[in-house]
Design a protein around this ligand. Sequence first.
Ligand SMILES: *Cc1c(COP(=O)(O)O)cnc(C)c1O
Length: 375
Amino acid sequence: MAFSKRHYLGMAAGYSASDWLRHTFTMGRKKDYQALADYLSKRYEGEAVLCKNGRSALCLALKAYFKPGEAIIVNGFTCYAVYEAVKAAKLVPIWVDINKDDLNFDLTDLEKKISKDAKGIIVQNSLGNPVDMKKIEALAKKHDLTIIEDLAHSVGVRYLDGREAGTVGAAVAFSFGKEKAIDTVSGGAVVLRAPYKNEITAPTKLPKLSDHLRARFYPMLGAACRGMMVVRAGGVLMRLLVKIHWVEKSADNKLDLERKMSKFEARLALPKFKNLRKSGEPVLREFYLVQNRDEVLKKLRMARYFFDGFWYEKPVSPRRYYKRVHFPEVECPNAVFVSEHIINFPTYYQRGELTKARKIVEPYIIKDIVKEGKE
Ligand SMILES: *Cc1c(COP(=O)(O)O)cnc(C)c1O
C-alpha cells in the first residue's frame, strides 16, 4: 500500500511511514521528558517547562512576565491559539498590521500603536520568515517592552543580524503541534530566560488518556486516509475521525496549564531539535498572494493538490473562532488583504513534488508585491 505524502494537507502528510510507526510504538520515560527540558534549558539559556501545547506554554510565559490588565502587542496575522494564550493570561491584545512581503509587523504601524499600557510584544516570525529583530529590540528598549519570542513557526531561524531565534527575548515559547516547526502532533514548551516577577506553576498532571492516544495515532490515521484509493473517501474518513474525536483539529486543542505533554512526544521532539541544524530549511511554508484564490485552489484540487488548509483564511484563524477576537480590521488592512489572497504549502514537500503546483499558481500571483529573499 502506498502511503504517499503527496498532495495532501490536513491528513498528517508531513509524516512518513517510518514516522507513524515510530509514533505508534515509541515508549517515553521520565528521563526522556527531563532530557528534552534539559536540552531546551541549555540551548536557549533559561528555565525550560514542558507543556500540553504551544498556547499553554505561551500563556505560562505571559503569566510570568505580565500582570492582568496589561496590554501586549500581537502580530495581526496569526493563529487563534495566540489570542487564547493572551486572553487566558488576562492581557489586552494590541493588534499590529503586517507587511505583505514577510507577514510580520509593519514597523510603522507598530510604533504608532505602542501605548502607555503596552508592556510586551510577542514576536512570531510568520511562517518562518524572520522579523527585523534589531529594530524591534530598539523599539522595545525605548518603550520598555518585554519581548516574548513565539517560535511555533520558526525554530532554527536566524534573524538578519545572524542571531538565532529564541536567543533574544525574555522568554521563548514552542509549539510541537501539527505542521509546526517541531511537529510531534501536540506538546509545547517555554524557556524562561530573564528573571520573572510573578509566580507560576509548572504543570504536574499527566496528559489525558484521550489526548495521549490521539497524538499517538494521528500519523497512522492520516496515512490511512491518504492511502485510500479514492481521494474523496479519504476526506470522508478524515471528517468522520474528527467527528468521533479520534482526530482533533489543531485549533480545538484546549489550553491547559496543569497538564504535561506526553513523555513519548518529548522523546520524539529531542532528535528533531538536534537535526534542525543540519537541515537548513527554516522557512515553514512557502507562500504566495494570488488573485481569484478559489479558482486557484480548485485548479490545484483538480491536479490532486489538496492545499485548502493554508495559513490563514482570516487575520486570526480559523474562521469559526474569528468573531470572538473582535479583530480591528480597519486598523490592519494588510492583514485583511493577505488573509483574502494568500495560499501556502509546507516546505516538507520535496521541490519536485511542488513543481506542478507552482505552475498552476504562477499566473495568479499578484505581481506588485516583491518578496525579499525569495526566488
Ligand atoms: C499554532 C501556534 C501556536 C500554539 O500552538 P498549539 O496548537 O497550542 O500547540 C502559537 N503560536 C503560533 C503563531 C501558532 O501558529
